[in-house]
Ligand binder design. Structure first.
Ligand code: ATP
Ligand code: MG
Length: 431
């Protein structure tokens, strides 16, 4: 029979990777907890209409990238391509918005039918933050600081925060008009993709990866010039606060973000380690979305960070600094004790002992192979455990087992088989 393959762009995470992911997720979870940001979990599958309305028909995500299908009840469903629309739907549905500002985070898989390449998959994972019901420039900066501090705590460097202001809906409409006029007069100089976007989503042309288009755009009118005085002042307040927090940033007038619902502050955090897929984290303010999805007018700001890209950046940081935080987070965590055991009674005893030690907080790898002691010892060495406990028929008879140090020159101990406390004292002295 032919071997089964995963679908293109769908990636397995093997144990070597999952322990790194868990370490990184633990850092995020702890930071959110310290910051009063609470977790929300929403379904992976939603009505297609949620994303069509929440993200916008003209975006690449909705237009080209969604995994949509009819379920058995003929409803059009979509595997979520991002988290914001679902979080907002849930907040509206459960009346969270009448309970004051909501500071929420989520994590999990997202699905987009894109061309897979380094840092771009069809199932990928995001950690995201959404603050709903907050309006001040200060809340934009608190949200940005959360992302910045998360990455800082992981010990990655070479990051750049880029910010822009998209202004209000009116500012954008005014600008859109100017841009379409300007580009319309130069339509023959645009690439095919951009020509199409001119009528569907002209602001996204600013985001074009085509170098010729980028060159042309350097003379185009900028959104900054089209901002109302109020919007400009708001943007200045954001910059002032970032300065106060010593968070360095670059102004990027071309940063428009892919999704339709953004306004005012938009930002991205990029890494110099990622080549073409350089954006690790992107976000901004989306004051119109809640209402667009049928909720009360509610200002909001948030971000989403790509876990796969973050892991690539973290891997590079770990390589560059073997003693650094990133290296520690990505290092293999060895068990405290490797339990070598052989013989009928010994094996039963070892199974029980492993369970008791684990309940007492010791991480134990139990050898269940029944192989010769020499083989088990080889595996014990490879496991990286600091200690091996040895239980054979002889030990069961004498009621004593030995604890052998595997990494240090500490002396070997003999302890009574049933003396869990003595085992713990020896191990804990070493841990
Ligand atoms: P890009 O321009 O790279 O396609 P995007 O603007 O579509 O990014 P967002 O929708 O803002 O991305 O998602 C936030 C983050 O999620 C991105 O910055 C990236 O780190 C990650 N991400 C988005 N799409 C993918 C994907 N297909 N594979 C892996 N990570 C992704
Ligand atoms: Mg994309």
């Amino acid at each position: 029979m032919s071997q089964l393959q995963p679908l293109r762009g769908m990636v397995d995470l093997l144990p070597e990777q999952t322990h790194r992911w868990q370490a990184v997720e633990a850092v995020a979870r702890a930071l959110f907890q310290r910051s009063g940001v609470e977790e929300i979990r929403t379904p992976l599958l939603e009505l297609t209409d949620l994303f069509a309305r929440g993200i916008g028909q003209a975006t690449d995500v909705v237009g080209k990238e969604m995994y949509s299908f009819l379920d058995r009840g003929d409803r059009s469903c979509t595997l979520r391509p991002e988290g914001t629309a679902s979080v907002v739907r849930a907040a509206i549905q459960h009346g969270l918005l009448s309970q004051g500002a909501q500071k929420l985070w989520y994590s999990g898989p997202m699905f987009r039918y894109e061309r897979p390449q380094a840092g771009r998959q069809r199932q990928f994972h995001q950690i995201g933050v959404e603050f709903l019901g907050v309006t001040s420039a200060r809340s934009d900066v608190e949200v940005i600081a959360l992302a910045w501090d998360f990455l800082g705590e992981l010990g990655v460097s070479g990051l750049e925060l880029q910010i822009n202001s998209l202004g209000t809906l009116e500012d954008r409409q005014r600008y859109r008009h100017q841009l379409v006029n300007w580009l319309g007069a130069r339509v023959d100089q645009l690439d095919a993709d951009s020509q199409q976007r001119l009528s569907t989503n002209p602001m996204r042309i600013l985001d074009s990866k085509n170098l010729k288009t980028q060159d042309l755009l350097s003379d185009a009118p900028t959104l900054q010039e089209a901002l109302s005085e109020e919007s400009s002042e708001r943007f200045e307040a954001v910059q002032l606060l970032l300065n106060k927090l010593s968070i360095p940033f670059q102004l990027n007038p071309r940063l428009v973000r892919g999704l339709d619902y953004y306004c005012h502050t938009a930002f991205e955090i990029t890494s110099d380690q990622l080549g073409a897929q350089s954006t690790v984290c992107g976000g901004g303010r989306y004051d119109g979305l809640v209402q667009q999805l049928g909720g009360p007018p509610t200002p909001a700001v948030g971000w989403a960070l790509g876990m796969e890209r973050l892991m690539l950046v973290l891997g590079a940081a770990a390589l560059a600094d073997a003693d650094g935080i990133a290296a520690r987070l990505t290092s293999y965590i060895a068990p405290d004790l490797y339990l070598v055991n052989r013989g009928k009674q010994a094996e039963t005893f070892a199974l029980r002992l492993a369970r008791e030690l684990r309940a007492a907080g010791v991480s134990v790898e139990l050898d269940t192979s029944g192989a010769a002691f020499v083989k088990q010892f080889k595996r014990a060495d490879r496991s990286g455990a600091a200690w091996a406990a040895v239980i054979g028929e002889e030990e069961v008879e004498s009621g004593q087992m030995s604890l052998k140090p595997l990494l240090s020159q500490a002396k070997e101990h003999r302890v009574a088989l049933n003396d869990l406390a003595a085992v713990l004292v020896i191990l804990q002295a070493a841990i």
